[in-house]
Design a protein. Structure first.
Length: 328
């Protein structure tokens, strides 16, 4: 007797659909597990099974990636821009900068990459005020940077840019913690070297509005770092020339809603003179300062620095003390 193919199809199709749903559910579950794991732990999950591999890749594909741009090497100033895909740990090219530069500030605002200021020669004499933005790009490096209006505060070098979380402006805003101030056609005034000012930059017009000054005097020392916390507060850590000071910009303690934000001193870093370090906010909310240069003798009086692999982290607002992390 010939088999009832219609009956077999009726039974097979629901079973196949159920199996497909089961696989998709497993992928989604592994994506959720990855979301609540550390970055290293997430990568380790890839080796569990095929569903975990797909789920982890799905989650990592939603992360923004790491971007480096411009800089200076033995061949001179660079305009290259590269992005690290966190799902593959492979570097891929992005469109090049319009102007090759070093000592510039950059960050992402509303999904766009913004580059501000910097130096345009190896001697760091020409500090520029130009601003560039990359609004969209493809995996193969398609797209192009476009010039925005120059900064109204003039040329800026050695600064740090921190994106502002807001939705009222036309093109987004950036808090710019200033380093070296200068003009494109005039030398840097030494009295203005490393002035500790903060500017709020409107990217639609590049108009700079001065914000409350940092507590510490960073004159002649532009090797500080800064990072924005998830609640919008900004932590600034100063290194170099025997500094290890840290401060945070946020609403005053017990202040009324809408009160002006002010800078508050935080515990000093454990490494004296740490400078040119990397910074990030960890998944548990701690602010981490990673590696850099260190030295306890000011450069201005002939001191020297050494590379430090040490890392430390601070939980702002709780039991505030720096904790050592595993060295790099």
């Amino acid at each position: 007797m010939a088999p009832n193919t219609r009956s077999a199809a009726q039974h097979t199709a629901p079973n196949s659909w159920s199996a497909a749903q089961h696989v998709l559910a497993l992928v989604e579950i592994w994506a959720l597990v990855a979301e609540h794991s550390s970055f290293v732990g997430t990568w380790q999950l890839m080796r569990v099974c095929r569903a975990s591999l797909e789920g982890v890749k799905e989650y990592l594909g939603t992360m923004p990636g790491l971007v480096i741009c411009g800089g200076d090497d033995d061949s001179g100033l660079q305009s290259d821009v590269w992005r690290l895909d966190l799902a593959t740990l492979q570097w891929g090219p992005l469109p090049s900068l319009v102007v090759a530069r070093d000592g510039h500030a950059w960050c992402t605002v509303r999904g766009s990459l913004v580059v501000l200021g910097g130096c345009i020669n190896d001697d760091e004499e020409d500090i520029i005020s130009s601003v560039e933005m990359l609004s969209a790009w493809g995996a193969g490096g398609e797209g192009a940077f476009t010039n925005l209006p120059p900064l109204t505060c003039g040329g800026v070098g050695g600064a740090v840019a921190v994106a502002v979380e807001e939705s009222t402006s036309a093109a987004g805003q950036v808090q710019l913690l200033l380093g070296v101030l200068g003009g494109e056609e005039e030398p840097v005034d030494e009295d203005e070297f490393g002035v500790p000012t903060v500017q709020l930059v409107d990217l639609a017009t590049s108009v700079c509005t001065r914000q409350p000054d940092c507590l510490n005097d960073y004159r002649r020392d532009v090797r500080f770092t800064a990072v924005r916390m998830p609640d919008g507060r900004v932590v600034c850590a100063c290194g170099g020339d025997s500094h290890n000071s840290v401060e945070v910009l946020g609403p005053p303690a017990g202040g009324a809603s809408g009160a002006a934000w002010t800078w508050t001193k935080l515990p000093a870093m454990s490494v004296l003179g740490r400078s040119k370090s990397c910074r990030c906010v960890m998944s548990d909310g701690r602010v981490a300062v990673l590696s850099g240069l260190s030295g306890n003798v000011p450069l201005s009086i002939g001191g020297d620095t050494i590379v430090t692999m040490s890392c430390e982290a601070l939980m702002v607002g709780e039991d505030e003390h720096w904790q050592s992390l595993a060295p790099m």
